[in-house]
Design a protein around this ligand. Structure first.
Ligand SMILES: Cc1cc2nc3c(=O)[nH]c(=O)nc-3n(C[C@H](O)[C@H](O)[C@H](O)COP(=O)(O)OP(=O)(O)OC[C@H]3O[C@@H](n4cnc5c(N)ncnc54)[C@H](O)[C@@H]3O)c2cc1C
Length: 290
């Protein structure tokens, strides 16, 4: 028994390093001004896929990411950890997408990828924090969905059993395949890159990256076709351009404010047990802790 798994993974600006240039005038994220990372919960989703691949040999993992050209890095990061391939959905017409336009574009690309048993996504991306894209993709593809997954416990040819982490405990649910599952940050951490796979895939590139590179990769890529990373445009996935990017996005971010907390009072503490006791009592009394 083996499965075809698609993992949705987003390259996100590292929100731990947000500066004053983080947003553009039109309310979209200025991705060029921030370091780009693999969305943390998408790494949790990838680990669930890799665990299933270990458990059910013959299982394949395909990454799908929508973003600018540099988001090809997400596919390489997946390949370094054990994924089998991936697609970069990239086109100027996809830019500025809200969750509706994002899930439309992803769902069109999934239709093009073809047969699958399971789609895994992160619960949410750290730049938008909406947690809407996974469920919307399921809706657009007419699939069942399980959200807040912490662990995939079992799969059969027809079903999947998942442990969900909810606010007040856990829930074990079974759903029919094919299905979309969104994975929580409380799931197992993703394994590190595998040194052999890094060697194998370090030159994997999209057509655009090859054109931009100083070196001539023609010879290398003709001998190692697995190094070709596929890049798809709006036309490639037969999407309606009006439903993509800014034109397909009813949400407009009007204003972003930086909230900076400033200390109004300060206290110099003597390094004694009495001083610490006194501080604890004050913090408990004013409900800062406890
Ligand atoms: C400050 C701010 C506020 C915003 N508010 C809204 C809003 O109110 N409504 C709205 O519709 N949009 C909003 N957006 C835009 C939204 O965040 C982006 O459109 C984003 O592309 C999709 O939503 P998300 O990042 O919230 O994804 P989430 O729904 O949080 O992502 C869930 C999962 O979907 C998958 N996924 C998401 N995007 C991609 C991708 N590009 N490629 C591959 N997989 C992906 C990943 O697995 C991810 O973990 C906002 C953006 C910002 C910066």
């Amino acid at each position: 028994m083996s499965f075809k798994i698609i993992v949705l993974a987003k390259q996100v600006p590292d929100t731990r390093n947000v500066g004053k240039d983080a947003m553009k005038a039109d309310g979209t994220v200025n991705r060029g001004a921030l370091p780009a990372i693999f969305n943390p919960e998408d790494l949790n989703a990838l680990e669930q896929a890799l665990t299933l691949k270990d458990r059910y040999p013959g299982t394949t993992i395909t990454l799908l990411t929508m973003g600018p050209g540099r988001a090809a890095e997400i596919i390489r990061e997946g390949l370094y950890r054990g994924a089998d391939g991936g697609y970069l959905l990239t086109d100027r017409a996809f830019a500025g997408a809200d969750t509706l336009a994002t899930s439309y574009a992803l769902s069109m690309a999934i239709r093009k990828i073809g047969a699958f048993d399971l789609i895994l996504s992160g619960r949410q991306a750290i730049d938008g924090d909406t947690a809407q894209v996974g469920p919307q993709v399921a809706e657009k593809l007419g699939l069942s969905q399980i959200t807040y997954a912490e662990e995939i416990l079992d799969m059969t040819e027809k079903s999947i059993t998942v442990k969900r982490r909810l606010e007040r405990g856990i829930e074990i649910v079974t759903g029919p395949l094919p299905i979309l599952v969104t994975v929580n940050g409380s799931a197992s951490e993703c394994r590190p890159r595998n040194a052999k796979l890094v060697q194998k895939y370090k030159h994997a590139k999209t057509v655009t990256e090859k054109q931009e590179a100083a070196a001539d990769y023609t010879e290398l890529f003709s001998h190692r076709p697995y190094l070709n990373l596929e890049e798809w445009s709006v036309a490639d996935v037969q999407a309606d351009v009006e439903q993509c990017g800014l034109s397909g996005s009813p949400t407009k971010v009007k204003k972003i404010e930086n909230v900076i907390f400033q200390a109004k009072e300060n206290l110099t503490l003597q390094p004694t047990d009495e001083a610490i006791d006194q501080l604890m009592k004050e913090l408990i009394a004013n409900h800062t802790i406890g």
